[in-house]
Design a protein around this ligand. Sequence first.
Ligand SMILES: [Fe+2]
Ligand SMILES: [Fe+2]
Length: 362
Amino acid sequence: MSTSKVRELAASMSAPPVATSSNEPDAAQLLFDTEEPPPFPEMNIFPLEWRVETPKLQQIYDASRVPGWSPHTLPWDTLDPEAFSLDERYALAYWFTLLSVFDGSGPAVFSRAFIHTWETHEEDPIRKCFFSIVRDEVNHEEVCQRAIQTLTPNGPLDYEPETPLGQLARNNIKWYYHNGCRYWNGFKNGVTKFQLPILFSSFLMGEVASATLFHSMYQRTTIPAFKEAFKQVGKDEARHMAVCLAVLRNVLPHLTDEQRSVITKQIRAGFIFLSGILYVPPEAFWELGPTFHPAHRMLEVKAREAGLGILTEAERAENWREAVLRLKGVLEPHGVEFPALPEVGIDGKTVAFDPDDIIPVF
Ligand SMILES: [Fe+2]
Ligand SMILES: [Fe+2]
């Protein structure tokens, strides 16, 4: 209410302001002198309102309040490092370290996105859903932590491997983290630059990818602690996917042509980044050392022998292709051209790739 309106209101009140016996002004008297503060700046973090535009999001949030699992209660006591050879231990820990480049960045990446939903005053259940995703990602990161620490105490970096394969694993890991740091720089810029439809199309890509990955590994692994972990993480990822779909259902029918072409580019960027865990890391983004690829293949074979449940490269390509086609089914009806993804045999528009603009999340 403006200052003049407040004065008008005070003046219109029946009784004139009367000083109280204690000489304290009463409320009606004070109302004459109120002033409004300057308007709140844009991007302030105080929405002060709780709009619900998408009841589906509220339902998803309510269902996520009690996640039903916790990383510290998984059967870690059944994961006995002595049951594996040294190279098998290194290979298993190696895979969880690669995963942590994606899931370990999840807490910070989603926290940044979570803050952004407050700055941009998104409807209340979007903000709440991001809160639950941050919590889930902290849990996923803890799964990586516990697997690595059980198999290679103080790993991945402060552990001295005793075999050549273990040393190759450590070198590969450093290269992966180097790329993870580059991703974070791109994400920080992108998350505040892009509008909701673009952000959520990219987020959906990551969630489709991770739900696919964990589902397949849950089916394949023979290691009980990992089986339970993959099952629970996969359920969380499916919920994240549902959040993205609920938001996109609202925003995709209102896309501008410019947004459509940015989404096409972002799908290609997401594919390149996420292939680092879903398939094999493409050169377009991934800066890797000269021994990375042969060492990576040896470590995958070893981890598979140990029972981790990694699919073969051909199986992964097929899985990734199916996941991407599901995404295509969501976006194409809204006029979004799909990019060419020749790595998994998908035709489409050839688009440029900008490593500074990667915003998919896991
Ligand atoms: Fe995750
Ligand atoms: Fe996720």
